[in-house]
Ligand binder design. Sequence first.
Ligand SMILES: Cc1ncc(COP(=O)(O)O)c(C=O)c1O
Length: 502
Amino acid sequence: MSSHASQGIEFDEPLIFERGAPGRTGLSLPPLDVPAVEPADVFGALARRTPARLPEVSEPEVVRHYTRLSQKNFGIDTAFYPLGSCTMKYNPRVNEWAARLPGFSRLHPYTPEDHMQGALELMLRLERQLAEICGMDGVSLHPAAGAQGELTGLMMLRAFFRSQGRSPRKVLIPDSAHGTNPASCALNGLDAVAFPSGPDGVVEPETVARLCEKHTGDVAAIMLTNPNTLGLFETHILQLSKIVHDAGGLVYGDGANLNALLGRARPGDLGIDVMQFNLHKTFTTPHGGGGPGSGPVGFKRFLEPFRPSPVVKEVGEGGTITYTLDHDRPQTVGRLRSFYGNWGMMLRAFAYITEMGHDGLRAAAEAAVLNANYLRARLGDTLQVAYPGVCMHEVVFTDRDLCKELGSKTVTMDLAKRLLDHGFHAPTVYFPLVVPGALMVEPTETETRQTLDDFVETVKGVVKELREDPARAHGAPFNTRLRRLDEARAARKPVLRWTPKE
Ligand SMILES: Cc1ncc(COP(=O)(O)O)c(C=O)c1O
């Protein structure tokens, strides 16, 4: 079995608050060169009476602490990370260079507009790049994650209906959808109507037509992920868009899987009215995990009045163009977060798109799809492919047959855990929910054939081991710092608070 992982020393690292000693410091501040101020004179009752309990540590202690924490992490910079759906895409170093340019990184969000013309221009240019890539008329960079982009898109859709004197509530969502789709509906006060995908894993027009009839006059939208979370292209997308539009609804595109379509197809040309981009999944920014990421929203012209505010605007023409922030947006859904979005992510995405250009993005999409199909073809006789046929950027396997053959219920979990011992991050497991024992593999475009072959040989080896010595994999992982965790307990009784010892 192919394996490049071995064991090395890792440290038990306490919290930084548990390190250090009173008076220890890593700072050397210059002498005060302004008059000293008594905090109570300035802040009154709000002034702190006791010092904050901050760690008192030396510089090497801080450096070691964070280096050791980073060593506990498995990242895309460490090894192959074939996490389906969530996508761990390599973040090129040129992005980091761009994001660290002092003129950008030191920009304060309260900087007057005439001092941040370059930043405003870059934001507008990124909006236009994303709009062009997706066939949309406009893009807002405000949302801080894909999920927040969904929330924003649905808010805009509701505001649009309200402006028309309507308030339809039903949002049709196939059972393969990401969990954030129904959650975004619920946060918008909309009703998610789940429906089954067809036997070949894609949405069937007849099902959607039936639902539109059942909820006549109350269909706000269909939420479609394309390619869907089974890694399949929604082949009836044009028909689906028409059915929902004819029923008075709009088409929301979950653009999380856009990586497979770049330069090949544009959601806007497929009938999508509003969509979110997950910059981390397509445009190589770090994954925000619902937080400091970026999930811009693309929309068709009729939704423009409702986009988040403020909006970057170009004023003048030719050599006299300036950029300004337009706050006068009476129909806007408002602000989604502080300031204008996650600036560092915008810089990284802009650097990536600009470097790749049209041909580069298209080549990336093609390689991502090719790599997924290579794994599908090479592993198809070892693991069972959930939906036979060509896939897009990710391939979903099921452990159904292997569980039956081995009399086990945990083949997917055992395989995933055993892969860790060989230095591979596990693929996504047990999602999408419609596939029993799903194992969802997304190799992305940057992996070499050699890495893919190593992965294939390792998976084959683990499956062989499962047949010969099932207890071994069931006890895995063995080489990681922590052994198999009680995931139910970790989810239900997480320890989230730390209280200092007196
Ligand atoms: C299909 C799909 N929709 C939505 C999301 C949510 O995106 P985010 O994690 O950026 O909030 C994801 C996760 O990457 C996803 O795969």
